[in-house]
Design a protein around this ligand. Structure first.
Ligand code: FAD
Length: 393
């Protein structure tokens, strides 16, 4: 018999190793994360005390196989991300940023000295990293970013502002994407620089009063003529494409990650409608309710199949950017729709934090927007289908 959250028995196609990774992440989430999540969200703080536990599970930098990293397969790693997202999208984002947006670029574009220095510390969470691409006036169009890196002496001077940066207040190490030519309009001169907390002129300010991602650390980073050495430059970075390749890594995991948030919503809702009396029977016995449940369970199973297919393509080195866009746009839309319908089925109870549903729903609004908005991914697919990029200058 298939599980209600896995009607197509996707689980049956997983390897024993993949199931084992998921199981250890699941236990960690059940025992250590879920008990504190609602309060952390209410208080608007990221539960930093969980970071060493995630490191011990081998989840930070998990797809890498050097510098003591776990070398997990894409599917095993993404299944673990889905478990983290079953708790909260903010927790999954912490791991995604550390892994795909800081450790991955270091391993792909960094010097041997940079890798040897930073990867072990990022892996064991003694150093937290962040990825600074977005700016107050450059989000979907990162080629328009204005942060400038000017050569000074043997190093560089960085000037600009980054906004909406996950892990940004706490980060010991910021990967800052900056133009090295002021007149560059298409982002060809963009390169990545490592900036350490405490460097003169570098400040990290929390963005507060968020209604989504309340237990994620989101910051504005100010670079006021920050002088760094030549060794701050990631030597392999060459233009905006280098930054975008990191985002492609992170997005592919998001497609499976968000199914964890939908799992949490649907499982809470199935339990709720089984008990809640309405017109002389449980809510679960009404036809309209069953139709909503059926649609959600089918949509969730399809999203799981899609992300599993992406994982198998990635294992074979065949996953294409357009397929990553399909996974990100479809699965986030699907899971956000599930969260909204679950909220509806819970009625008034759905707006409280006695249930995790509204929290997941609000979080998924962020996931819909970051790592390429839903519309921008639609345009990527549209450009692939038609040969006419609709978002260029
Ligand atoms: P805009 O680009 O201004 O878009 C606004 C709306 O216009 C969207 O609906 C968009 O789809 C639409 N739109 C834009 N261009 C077009 C077009 N050509 N055609 C049609 N519609 C269009 N960034 C980082 O660099 N690092 C991080 O760690 C990070 N973490 C984040 C965490 C959170 C909680 C949030 C909310 C954001 C984070 N971001 C981060 C930023 C995120 O990537 C951007 O918000 C995203 O790229 C969208 O940019 P924007 O918000 O400026 O929206």
């Amino acid at each position: 018999m298939p599980h209600p959250l896995d009607l197509l028995d996707v689980d049956d196609t997983l390897s024993d190793d993949e199931r084992a990774v998921r199981e250890s992440a699941r236990r960690f989430v059940d025992d250590h994360v879920l008990p504190l999540m609602a309060a952390a969200y209410r208080d608007g703080r990221f539960p930093w005390q969980l970071a060493p536990g995630l490191a011990q599970l081998g989840l930070l930098g998990a797809p890498l196989s050097t510098h003591g990293c776990a070398g997990l397969s894409p599917v095993a790693y993404w299944l673990a991300l889905a478990e983290l997202e079953r708790a909260d999208s903010g927790l999954r984002s912490f791991a995604s940023v550390q892994t795909s947006l800081v450790m991955f670029p270091l391993s792909k574009f960094g010097s041997e000295a940079q890798k040897d220095r930073w990867l072990p510390q990022l892996r064991d969470a003694s150093v937290v990293g962040c990825f600074g691409l977005t700016e107050p006036d450059a989000g979907s169009d990162p080629a328009a970013l204005r942060t400038l890196a000017t050569p000074v002496g043997a190093g560089w001077k960085l000037t600009g502002t980054k906004r909406w940066i996950t892990n940004g207040t706490r980060a010991d190490l910021a990967l800052i994407w900056a133009k090295t030519a002021a007149a560059d309009v298409d982002g060809k001169s963009i390169r990545g620089f490592l900036v350490q907390k405490g460097t003169p002129g570098f400040s990290q300010t929390a963005i507060v009063h968020k209604q989504s991602f309340r237990c994620s650390d989101t910051a504005e980073l100010h670079l006021d003529d920050v002088v760094v050495g030549a060794d701050a430059l990631l030597p392999g970075t060459r233009g905006l494409g280098s930054a975008l390749s990191c985002l492609a890594e992170a997005r592919s995991g998001i497609a499976m990650g968000v199914t964890g948030a939908a799992d949490a919503c649907l499982s809470a809702t199935l339990a709720f409608v089984a008990d809640r009396p309405s017109f002389g029977r449980p809510l679960a016995g009404h036809q309209l309710v069953q139709e909503k449940l059926a649609n959600m369970a089918v949509d969730l199973s399809m999203a799981k199949l899609l992300s599993l297919r992406m994982g198998r393509l990635k294992e074979q080195g065949k996953l294409q950017p357009v397929q990553i866009s399909i996974g990100k746009m479809n699965n986030v839309r699907t899971c956000l729709g599930i969260a909204r319908t679950c909220r509806e089925l819970l009625g008034a109870n759905g707006i409280t934090d006695d249930y995790p549903v509204m929290r997941h729903m609000c979080n998924l609004e962020t996931v819909y927007t970051y790592e390429g908005t839903h519309d921008v991914h639609s345009l990527v697919v549209g450009a692939f289908l038609t040969g006419h990029p609709a978002f260029g200058r």
